[in-house]
Ligand binder design. Sequence first.
Ligand code: UDP
Length: 469
Amino acid sequence: MEDDKGCRGHVLLVPYPSQGHINPMLQFSKRLASKGLKATLATTVFIFNSMKPDTSPLVGLDTISDGHDSGGFTEAESIHTYIARLEAAGSKTLSDLIIKYQSTDHPVDCIVYDSFLPWALDVAKGFGLIGAPFFTQACAVNYIYYLVHHGHLKVPVESFPVCVPGLPPLELRDMPSFIYVAGSYPAYFEMVLHQFLNTDKADWVLVNTFYELEAEVVDTMSKLCPVTTIGPTIPSMYLDKRVENDIEYGLNLFTLDKSTLITDWLRSKPPSSVVYVSFGSMSSLGHQQMEELAWGLKQSGFQFLWVVRASEEDKVPKHILKLEADDEADHNEKSKKGLIVNWCPQLEVLSNEAIGCFFTHCGWNSTVEALSVEVPMVGMPQWTDQTTDAKLIQDVWKVGVRVRVDEDGVVRRGEIEGCIREVMDSERGKEMRRNAKKWKALGREAMSEGGSSDKNIDAFVSSIKNRRA
Ligand code: UDP
């Protein structure tokens, strides 16, 4: 049955309220819409009010509540209370939203929800809808959490290395941080394990990766819990170019710096000469680490573009500011050795030919973005899945190096300088670039017509279109 707009089937997509979780789900929404479904992204009221949408009209926007409509996460007493309130208020307002659409021409057929929100499946099933968790992290990471959740891997882990199919043996530091640093962030640890509370009742288990990138672990996990790979979920312009006008994510929770300043600055640089540095939307470095990073960048001698969110700005060491001030004395913006911005259009920056290396915290989106535009990486993981992603980057896909942390938990300037030089200026660095090219091609193929992810998405779309047939 078609509704008044000729759409067959309506999917409501519910992301976890953070930038790194909204981006891939927004992209997946656009993809579904391009294949003839109506897609509505339902963020929390707080996120909806704080984001600066210039989103494609392909995707509708709506809201649920996390119980903190005026301040979001920052308003909560603790991580634990935030997650509990998100579940209570989220379940109620998601139900209200489904009921609201029932009396329109496009009732909801399917709920795609972030796997951090397993309660959304209960809501979907209460209305007899199709329910599909959307895992935003690497399949290897999901598989580790699956093993822990089902008691196949005991935490604290008693003996190393841990073996995951398709991965080299994993040492303690390669495990997700909630395992690596025993007892850290118990509420988040519980949340990532609870992703598997009810997956056996889900109609689909969607994973934001592509088959060729993690074939062995996808095959192994599928024997226990069938997974459907649907990535990479970056704008189509960087992949198959089939989704019209899909050139950027389009929803920023942070204020973008003037992008002309950034692109003008990059345009003045030779190819592969700039180090792009970013730690994503959540990670926060200590003062000492910021100092070491600043020195490492400076000592490497390469130009750098460094994203420092406004909330972190006071940690930028004075000598880096001085570097900028000195150059400004030339009245020549373009001569700056380092440019610091609060937030940038990351994919656009990464795909600029001036970028030679991505100094990254190894967030999954950042990792996939770098792979998709063939930029080699220096990985400096901070927490959660980033430690495992760094292992994949260095030892599986061989597209980067991971920094060594010293006994005080700090990555020193010499190490930072050495890793940057290795990626920017060594034979191994050239090999990383060649490998990155291969992964980029495979990612594009996966999303192109008849590719592994494209076929999976088509099957998912058909199941929704056929529901009302
Ligand atoms: N990002 C951006 N501009 C920036 C820094 C990051 O648009 O200046 C985007 C980046 O492209 C990615 C997301 O923010 O899509 C960060 O997600 P990721 O999983 O890498 O890390 P998280 O923020 O979840 O730690």
